[in-house]
Design a protein around this ligand. Structure first.
Ligand code: PMP
Length: 443
C-alpha cells in the first residue's frame, strides 16, 4: 500500500470508529481528517509526509514541542522500571519528586493531589474547597462563583462552574447552580467603552456577589489572566489583585485554574504571577508534562490540607483516580520541569511573546478584523462580520486555508488564535503571524 492508500484506509476506519471530541461530524464527510503520524519540535507530520506547524500546541499542551529527546528518554526509562503503582497508602519516587518540584514553584507550603486530566484537577479543587469548610465546621459554605465565559473542563462539576451555552446546553438540567460574575476582558468585548470601565464594572458586580453570599460561598474559581475556551478573553491583572483581596477579606477560597495558562504560556510560570497573588488552590494540567502524558495536579495551601488530617472525627479526602501520579506520566512531568529550569523556557516564552505581539499588531488594520490582542505566547485576531460572511464562517475559511498551507489551528467562533509551542523559533513565529494575516486577507 502506498502512503495515499494507507491514508485513505485509515480515514475510512476513522469514520467508522472514532468519536472525535469537539468535532462536528457533519463537516467531516467532505473533508477527511489528516492522520498525524509523527512530530518533531513545533511540527507535526501526516501519513502522507505533509508537514504542519502545530500552532495550538496540540490543544495547548505541548509547550516543549514534539519528540523532545529528554522527555522521551525519561518516559522510556520509567516504563522499564515501574509503569504503575497505586498512590493510595503507597508512594513512588517520581510522584514524590514531581510533588516536591511543583511545591517548590510556590513560596508558601503546599500539598499536591494528582490526577490525569485538567477536568479532574478542577473536580478535586471544588471538592477540596467544599470539604475544607465542612472540616472546619462551616458546612453551609457550599456554593461557587465563576465568571461568564469561563471554561473549566467537561466533567459535570467543571461544567457547572464553566458553563458555555454553545458547548453545554444539553447538560444544563443536571448542573449545580453557580453565581456568575461578568467576565473582564480589557475592554475588547464591545460591552464596555474602555479597559478601566470594564475592570471597574466587572469587579463591582463580583464584589456585590461575594459580599452578599460570603456566608454560603466555598470558593471563587477563575482562569487567571486569560479565559481560553470562552474566546481568549484577556484580563487586566488588577482584576485578579482585587479579587484575591476580596476573597481574603470575605473568607472565600480562590481557585486558580492554570490548566491552559500556566506553565509559562503567558510569559510567567503561572498566569496569576502577573498579579503577584497566591491563590488558595491551583489546578495544573496539559503542559505539566509538556503534553507527553496525561498528568494534572491540584496544588493546595498547607493550612487547607491540614484540616484533612484525622481529627477526633475522620476528615479524610475520599477521592482519587486510578492513575493519579502514574509513574510514567510523573517521570515525563519531572523531566519537563527540569527542562523548563535548565533551558529557561519561561524567559524564552516572554521573549518570543514580544515577537508575536509585534508581528500580529499590523493585522488590526486588515478590513474585517475587530481586534488583535496578545498575552505571552497567545496571539489573538478576532474577526467581525462583513460582506464576506460572518466572523465565525470567515474564521473557518482562514483555518482551512492555513491548513492547506501547513499550519494547524482551531478558531473559537470568530476568534482566530495561535498558541504555538514555547520553543518555537523566532523565524517560524514570524512566518506564522504573517501567514495568519495573509489567510485573513484572502478569506
Ligand atoms: N481548564 C481549562 C482552563 C482548560 O482550558 C481545560 C481544557 N481545555 C480544562 C480545564 C480541562 O482540561 P482537560 O481537557 O485535560 O480535562
Amino acid at each position: 500500500m502506498d502512503s495515499k492508500q494507507n491514508t485513505q484506509s485509515y480515514q475510512a476506519m476513522d469514520r467508522q470508529s472514532v468519536w472525535h471530541p469537539y468535532t462536528r461530524f457533519s463537516a467531516l464527510d467532505e473533508k477527511p481528517l489528516p492522520v498525524i503520524t509523527h512530530g518533531e519540535g513545533a511540527f507535526l507530520y501526516d501519513s502522507e509526509g505533509r508537514k504542519y506547524l502545530d500552532a495550538i500546541s496540540s490543544w495547548w499542551a505541548c509547550n516543549l514541542g514534539h519528540g523532545h529527546p529528554r522527555v522521551v528518554e525519561a518516559i522510556v526509562q520509567q516504563a522499564r522500571e515501574l509503569q504503575h503503582s497505586i498512590l493510595g497508602n503507597l508512594s513512588h519516587p517520581r510522584a514524590i519528586e514531581l510533588a516536591s518540584m511543583i511545591t517548590g514553584l510556590f513560596p508558601d507550603d503546599r500539598r499536591v493531589m494528582f490526577a490525569s486530566d485538567g477536568s479532574c484537577a478542577v473536580e478535586a479543587a471544588l471538592k477540596i474547597a467544599l470539604q475544607y469548610w465542612y472540616n472546619i465546621g462551616e458546612a453551609d459554605k457550599t456554593k461557587f462563583v465563576s465568571l461568564d465565559f469561563a471554561y473549566h473542563g467537561d466533567t459535570l462539576g467543571a461544567v457547572s462552574v464553566g458553563y458555555l451555552d454553545h458547548f453545554h446546553k444539553p447538560f444544563k438540567g443536571a448542573l449545580f447552580p453557580v453565581f456568575q460574575a461578568p467576565s473582564p476582558c480589557c475592554g475588547t468585548c464591545a460591552f464596555h467603552e474602555s479597559e478601566s470601565v470594564c475592570l471597574n464594572e466587572c469587579f463591582d458586580t463580583m464584589r456585590l456577589i461575594v459580599r452578599e453570599h460570603a456566608h454560603e460561598l466555598a470558593a471563587v474559581i477563575i482562569e487567571p489572566m486569560c479565559q481560553g475556551s470562552g474566546g481568549m478573553r484577556i484580563q487586566n491583572p488588577e482584576y485578579l489583585r482585587r479579587l484575591a483581596q476580596l476573597c481574603k477579606d470575605e473568607g472565600v477560597l480562590l481557585i486558580a485554574d492554570e490548566i491552559a495558562m500556566g506553565m509559562g504560556r503567558t510569559g510567567r510560570m503561572f498566569a496569576f504571577d502577573h498579579a503577584g497573588i497566591l491563590p488558595d488552590i491551583v489546578c495544573l494540567g496539559k503542559s505539566l508534562s509538556a503534553g507527553y502524558l496525561p498528568v494534572s495536579a491540584t496544588v493546595v495551601r498547607a493550612p487547607i490540607f491540614e484540616t484533612f488530617r484525622d481529627k477526633p472525627k475522620d476528615h479524610t479526602f475520599y477521592h482519587g483516580h486510578t492513575f493519579a501520579g502514574n509513574p510514567i506520566a510523573a517521570a515525563a512531568a519531572v523531566e519537563t520541569l527540569r527542562v523548563y529550569e535548565e533551558e529557561g523556557i519561561v524567559a524564552q516564552s516572554a521573549a518570543m511573546a514580544k515577537v508575536l505581539a509585534e508581528e500580529l499588531s499590523p493585522l488590526a488594520a486588515i478590513p474585517g478584523v475587530r481586534n488583535v490582542r496578545s498575552l505571552g505566547m497567545i496571539g489573538v485576531v478576532e474577526l467581525e462580520d462583513n460582506q464576506e460572511g460572518d466572523g465565525t464562517r470567515r474564521a473557518v475559511r482562514v483555518r482551512d486555508r492555513l491548513r492547506e498551507n501547513g499550519i494547524l489551528l482551531r478558531p473559537l467562533g470568530p476568534v482566530i488564535y495561535v498558541m504555538p509551542p514555547l520553543i518555537t523559533a523566532e523565524p517560524v513565529l514570524r512566518f506564522l503571524a504573517q501567514a495568519v494575516g495573509k489567510a485573513i486577507r484572502e478569506s
